[in-house]
Design a protein around this ligand. Sequence first.
Ligand SMILES: NC(=O)c1ccc[n+]([C@@H]2O[C@H](COP(=O)([O-])OP(=O)(O)OC[C@H]3O[C@@H](n4cnc5c(N)ncnc54)[C@H](OP(=O)(O)O)[C@@H]3O)[C@@H](O)[C@H]2O)c1
Length: 234
Amino acid sequence: MGVKSVFITGIGSGLGKAFAQRFLEKGYKVYALSRHLPDCLKNNSEIKFQFCDLQALETIYPAAERLLEGIENLDVAILNAGFLTELKDIHDTPIYEMNLMMDINVWANKVILDYLIDKKIKTPQIVAISSGASVNGNRGWHGYSISKAALNMLIKLYSREMEDTHLIALAPGLILTPMLEKFVLSADEEKFPSVKRIKNAPKMTPEEAAEKIINLLPKLKKFESGSYLDVRKI
Ligand SMILES: NC(=O)c1ccc[n+]([C@@H]2O[C@H](COP(=O)([O-])OP(=O)(O)OC[C@H]3O[C@@H](n4cnc5c(N)ncnc54)[C@H](OP(=O)(O)O)[C@@H]3O)[C@@H](O)[C@H]2O)c1
């Protein structure tokens, strides 16, 4: 058996950075599409990094082409990159801001899945990082909740078409990352009760979460392809 390979979006910080580190430690070749390559991953010959701002949808396909040229198989793809803005009422959230979350959290993943299909890159397992927010509907989670709910459906729809690929939309649990610290833990906990609950709930480090999800990969395959799952419930 050759070297295993993984494709990951969004490795600049948080969970994606930890995924890249853990997969490298496990001997995988890592193909990463992101805006930032963290210092700790520079000079590692086993990671191939391609700059891509996933907000610029028209640049994703050519960036994927540069990154994955000549690649016929990937063992797993982790659609991790995600974007959240400050919690606020949906009434106060401009549509252009909601569109940004839709572009990065949903449509960027559509371009990537289309690329994998077009180029016939065999990918037996794909995990899209969703969120409990995709089903909770808590006050203040505006376009993020809508985008993650749409991501769940995107994954279900592609699962109907990608017969040789097992796809899951996975809520990763609470992880202390820049996203959580900047936009959630700093928000008004009186107005947004989920903030208080999140503050009091146990949280994983990005490394713990990445390890947990990597260890769960075989188990995820026991669920129907296209499902939404929450790591806290499996
Ligand atoms: N933290 C939690 O508790 C939690 C809970 C539920 C779901 N999630 C989900 O987990 C995933 C990882 O989030 P995180 O918590 O690790 O947050 P984070 O530290 O803010 O990481 C977000 C990641 O997305 C990438 N990204 C964002 N905008 C991008 C863009 N325009 N182009 C390319 N890459 C972009 C970033 O990479 P660059 O720096 O290279 O841009 C970064 O690696 C997200 O999908 C998030 O929705 C997190």
